[in-house]
Structure formats: structure tokens, C-alpha cells
Design a protein around this ligand. Structure first.
Ligand code: NDP
Ligand code: 2IT
Length: 449
């Protein structure tokens, strides 16, 4: 006879023992398990098949050496990974991250999260993540090109349009996707939709660049609508100044909100007059093209720069953490709650620490978890895969309509599974249960494999 559902502490103790030193991975599993264990207690079929335990054990992890030569002729050695977490509902899918802070634990947490996120989109995509501890900062284009070519010289054996389809993430944007795709094509002799986030000249989907940030704001709009609220005139604090942050800020501005902050790994800028479209265009050029520092904004537009700090002390109605994991801690959460924040919506993956997340849930504010709120990016990646298979290219307007509907649909699923007897919606629980259910049902159908 299968044993009773374990309590959370016992379950997590087991995860911790099997994954020593992998704090981010354990944190992500605990965030899901706290909602799924009570849920499976009422659904013995999932418990008897040990579904959660199986999703929390990646299907496989490929780890490999990546050698490349820098501009001075030095041989450099980094480590590359692909974590293929679960392909129950479709081919493995998820981004690649190049950053000094990449570890196996970080990629495992991201691949685990991606499994639930991709399930929530309703599109046929399993969960994966990959990347390297290669630090692209300060590297020349040619150095980045040589690194990407060497990385793909190993990765190409493990991916394919029906097997595993990587995309971008931190440190991997259009430039890197171009080099990676070029090398895949060279090695295999095939042009196929093996990567998403490609440029439009070679099979990329319109709106993919904007999709994550726009999707975050579409999700936020749905949350506000349910409370008879809107974005017009709301003040917003945004962290990060990369792909997700800048497109979230762009959509907030278009919806009439006042964006007060942006940040990077050096600190944050605070513009009390609000960042308008023109200023945002300047930041896009600074951060996405020139790879500069956000502190330059303060000199250019007479704003404050706060070195080494995150923006959570700034009084606001809405907070969108869009930089990286664990950037919003308990102290930041307290400052936001003390300032009566209305909504916190996660653009980055796991930006709130476990304690910050608990504080938001306890306070009963509108709290949109990453796996639901930032799913717009991978959703449009899924649409890029469809367009590549069909050899078609859809127009911007059509894709924006589809993205809006996808985010509304994800919002609806979170409400359905997360609404309590008092009518309050716990979006974290809703996203966890709705994301889990589809993967779990597919795994049940396959038997014990
Ligand atoms: P980018 O590389 O475009 O931008 C990352 C931003 O975060 C930069 O402003 C960077 O600053 C900042 N940042 C990175 N590391 C840290 C750190 N340790 N502390 C403070 N700031 C930091 O990445 P994306 O915008 O694509 O990704 C941002 C987040 O969104 C990540 O969590 C990613 O996983 C998530 N995400 C991305 C999706 C996508 O489609 N791109 C989809 C869904 C989620 P600096 O310039 O100093 O490095
Ligand atoms: O975290 C994410 O969802 C992404 N980085 C996007 C993944 C994708 O395959 O588009």
C-alpha cells in the first residue's frame, strides 16, 4: 500500500538530501509542494503515482565542457548545461542563460518552474532550461560568437524541433540566438525551428521580443479588472532593465501608468517625473544595444541613482520585479506592504524570496507568481514553433490578440483553482495547481516510466 501523503517538512527534507547545496532548486520545489501536497491528499491517484516526486527529479541533465579562445589568444574553459526536466505534454522547451551566477541549482529551479509555466499556457511544451557560467559582460562580439559556437558544438546533439527547443533568457538575446542558430545549421545541415527568439529574417516570430513584458502587464490588467481597478494613473516600480523589464515598462506607459524606477546589477534609478516613451527609447538603446549601465540615466535625465540598492522602498501602487531570482526579500516586501502596494507581479523567475512571497500571500494583496505572469514569452515561443512548422509568418496584430487571450486564459485558470470560499484569489495556489494538473494527468496516462 502506498504511504500517506508526506507533510511538507518531510517531503522537502528528502528533496534537500537528494540535492545537496542546491538551495534555489529546493526553494522552487517547496513553493510548489506547499500547495500540491494538500491537493494530492484529496487526489490519491496523483499521490500513489508519486507524480510530484517524479516532476521534481529532472528527466536528465547534460553537463559539458565549453572551450573557447578570447581575443588575446587565451584558452578559456566554462561549463554548459541543459536540464531537461519533463516532456509529458510536449517537447522540452525553455531558455538558455549566460551569466556568472549560473549553477546547476539555478538551472534546475528554472527547468522545474518552466514545466508548470509551459503547462499553464495550454500549448504542447515540456519544461527545460540551460546555459553556462560564461559571463558575457565586457566580451567582444567575436568572443561571444566563439563561445556560442563552442556551446552549440555540444548542445546540438541533445536538441531538435520535436525534442528540445531552447530560447533566450538572461544574457542570451538576439545576438546570441543568431550565433547559436548559425552553428546548429552548420553542424546539422538543416534549417529547422530548433530555437525560438530568432530574428524575423530567419524564421523568428513577430512580438516574441516584447511578449514576456507585455504579457506581464496583460496579466496584471486582468488581476486589476477583477477588482474593478485599472492601470491609468497608477505608479509603478520596475526592477531590471533588460528584455522583460523594458517591455513591461513600455506597456505600462502605454496603459497610462507612471513608471518611476528601473535597475541593473549596479543599483536603481528613480525618476520622480516618470519615465516616458522617449526616455524609455533612450534606455533601450543604452541597455539592449550599447550594453551600458543604468546609472547613466541619472546624469542624462536628472534622476536619482541608488548604488547597490533595489527599488522596493519607493512608494508605489504596483511593483514588477523583472531582473532575477531572489531580488525581492522580506525587507523589500515589508517596505512595499507598508506603502500599501496594490499589486506585485513577477516578471522575473522566482524574484521573491520564500519569506517575501509568504508575506504577500498573508497580506492578501494581488500577487501574481512568475509561472503565470511571465508565461507570455514562452507562449509566443510556442507560436513561433507553430509558424516554423507551417512555414508561415503571422502579423503583429494577430499575435498580440493571441497573447492577450493566452494571458486571459492563464488568469482564468489561476482564478478557478485559486479562489477561496471568501472569494479571495490566491494566484500562487491557482497557478501551482492548474500547472500541475495537466502534467500530472499526462504522466498518469503513460504509466510508470
Ligand atoms: P536580460 O539579460 O535582458 O536582462 C536582465 C536584467 O536583470 C538586466 O537589467 C540585468 O542587469 C539585471 N540583473 C541580472 N542579474 C542581476 C542580479 N544578480 N542583480 C540585479 N540585477 C540583475 O534578461 P531578461 O530580461 O530576459 O530576463 C529577466 C528575468 O526574466 C529573468 O529572471 C528571466 O529568467 C525572466 N524571464 C525572461 C523571459 C524572456 O523571454 N526573456 C521569459 C520569462 C522570464 P545588468 O545589465 O547589470 O546585467
Ligand atoms: O523563463 C522563460 O520562460 C524564458 N526564458 C522563455 C523561454 C522560451 O522558451 O521562450
Amino acid at each position: 500500500m502506498p504511504q500517506d501523503t508526506p507533510d511538507l517538512a518531510t517531503f522537502i527534507e528528502g528533496v534537500r538530501k537528494r540535492n545537496p547545496g542546491q538551495d534555489e532548486f529546493v526553494q522552487a520545489v517547496e513553493d510548489v509542494a506547499q500547495d500540491i501536497l494538500p491537493f494530492v491528499a484529496d487526489h490519491p491517484e496523483y499521490h500513489e503515482a508519486e507524480i510530484l516526486r517524479r516532476i521534481a527529479e529532472p528527466d536528465r541533465i547534460v553537463s559539458f565542457r565549453v572551450c573557447w579562445e578570447d581575443d588575446d589568444g587565451n584558452v578559456r574553459v566554462e561549463r554548459g548545461w541543459r536540464v531537461q526536466n519533463n516532456n509529458a505534454v510536449g517537447p522540452y522547451k525553455g531558455g538558455l542563460r549566460f551569466s556568472r551566477s549560473v549553477t546547476e541549482s539555478v538551472l534546475k529551479f528554472l527547468a522545474f518552474e518552466q514545466t508548470f509555466k509551459n503547462s499553464l499556457t495550454g500549448l504542447p511544451m515540456g519544461g527545460a532550461k540551460g546555459g553556462s557560467n560564461f559571463n558575457p559582460k565586457g566580451k567582444s562580439d567575436r568572443e561571444v560568437m566563439r563561445f556560442c559556437q563552442s556551446f552549440m558544438a555540444e548542445l546540438y546533439r541533445h536538441i531538435g524541433p520535436d525534442t528540445d527547443v531552447p530560447a533566450g533568457d538572461i544574457g542570451v538575446g538576439p545576438r546570441e540566438i543568431g550565433y547559436l542558430f548559425g552553428q546548429y545549421k552548420k553542424l546539422t545541415g538543416r534549417w529547422e525551428g530548433v530555437l525560438t527568439g530568432k530574428a524575423s529574417e530567419y524564421g523568428g516570430s513577430k512580438l516574441r521580443t516584447e511578449a514576456t513584458g507585455y504579457g506581464v502587464v496583460y496579466f496584471l490588467r486582468e488581476m486589476l479588472k477583477a477588482e474593478d481597478e485599472g492601470l491609468e494613473g497608477k505608479s509603478a516600480v520596475v526592477s531590471g532593465s533588460g528584455n522583460v523589464a523594458l517591455h513591461a515598462a513600455e506597456k505600462l506607459i502605454a496603459e497610462g501608468a507612471k513608471v518611476l524606477t528601473l535597475s541593473d546589477s549596479d543599483g536603481f534609478i528613480h525618476d520622480k517625473n516618470g519615465i516616458d516613451e522617449e526616455k524609455l527609447d533612450w534606455v533601450k538603446s543604452l541597455k539592449l544595444k550599447k550594453r551600458g549601465r543604468i546609472s547613466d540615466y541619472a546624469d542624462k535625465f536628472d534622476a536619482e541613482f541608488h548604488q547597490g540598492e533595489a527599488p522596493w522602498q519607493v512608494d508605489c501602487d504596483i511593483a514588477l520585479p523583472c531582473a532575477t531570482q531572489n531580488e525581492l526579500d522580506e525587507k523589500g516586501a515589508k517596505a512595499l506592504l507598508d506603502n500599501d502596494v496594490l499589486a506585485v507581479v513577477e516578471g522575473a523567475n522566482m524574484p521573491s524570496t520564500a519569506k517575501a512571497s509568504q508575506a504577500f500571500r498573508r497580506a492578501g494583496i494581488l500577487f501574481g507568481p512568475a509561472k503565470a505572469a511571465n508565461a507570455g514569452g514562452v507562449a509566443v515561443s510556442g507560436l513561433e514553433m507553430s509558424q516554423n512548422s507551417e512555414r508561415v509568418s503571422w502579423e503583429h496584430e494577430k499575435l498580440d490578440r493571441m497573447l492577450t487571450e493566452l494571458m486571459q486564459d492563464i488568469h482564468g485558470k489561476c482564478v478557478e483553482e485559486g479562489v477561496g470560499e471568501d472569494g479571495h484569489v490566491d494566484y500562487v495556489r491557482g497557478a501551482n495547481i492548474a500547472g500541475f494538473r495537466k502534467v500530472a494527468d499526462a504522466m498518469l496516462a503513460f504509466g510508470v516510466v
